[in-house]
Design a protein around this ligand. Sequence first.
Ligand code: KG4
Ligand code: ZN
Length: 351
Amino acid sequence: MLVLGIETSCDETAAAVVDENGRVLSDVVHTQIAVHRPYGGVVPELASRDHLRNAEPVIVKALADAGVRLDDVSGVAVTCRPGLTGALLVGVQIAQGLAWAAGKPVVGIDHLVGHICAAYLERPGVKLDRPAPPFVALIASGGHTALYRVDGLESGAIRELGATRDDAAGEAFDKVAKLLGLGYPGGPVIDRLAKAGDATRFAIAPPMPERDSLEFSFSGIKTNVARWVEKNGVPSDEAALSDLCAAFQRRVVDALVRKTMVAARRERVSTVVLGGGVAANRELRAAMANAGAVRELSVVVPEVASCTDNAAMIAFAGVARLAKGEDDTGRLEVNPATSLPRVTRKGRGRR
Ligand code: KG4
Ligand code: ZN
């Protein structure tokens, strides 16, 4: 079975071909970072237009890289939620058009289910231990940060345990980077600077006081960095800048790791899976692996290319649905919200 995946929910136009075992035959990602950089964040209208421009060449390349034609795939899987409505519409309409023209089924995929499925992708030369449900997944990206209990790979078997009440972890990286004049997106540059920094030199208060809840809050830490900058100014030398980034990053990583460990204990699972763009962070990857080793948990950290937005994870989420004969032809709709049941309401605390 071969599935063509299409992803246009935010600022990456992506297409990939994956087989039923999660083997990645091709994985093409066209990032819009340069389009949005002048604005310091994603501009929805520009995102839709750029998806329109790039979807066709990206899909053509994904098929060519895999050495297949549309006729060879068993079906098309496309992200239909959550995300920017106009951006999602581009991918969904193209997926429906392709599937219709080729006489193939098409299935809509929740982007967050896709991020969880990233742990099953097999890329050339890399062998990953596939997580066996039940497990706890931490998905941390620019738009989402939440812990899930995963009993299976379909939306009905995935339950949110706690999410952020305000900013997503990646959003905090992006906002702090903007504050420090480091450009967009903030995660990779803060990751790089923090690597050389001393996390203990500057005192940045931790992001959230409530120790036992599985909810996150990252707007406080951004304010803490902003206060520090108001008082001391943006560090002019690279060493001090690195130390400040290291202090901020350590606080975010600590919170993500600590809550993931609490969730694993509460849910009595022996496996923890990491996903989302922030899972590309080197300190987070290492800290999670260490924390897991201490508690004899198996920690699955997908490769960076699988963590950040891609269509291979969407294709693999489609495998299970297509294998069951499911087909959303004629009733595919886009939705800015996730289909996964939620316990945390953004901005309002616990439901
Ligand atoms: O999953 P993703 O590619 O797109 C969304 O669904 O949001 O995640 C993008 C986010 C951005 O906020 C970016 O700053 C963050 O992931 N990010 C990182 C790193 N690489 C990307 N955050 C921390 N460290 C990184 N190395
Ligand atoms: Zn994402």
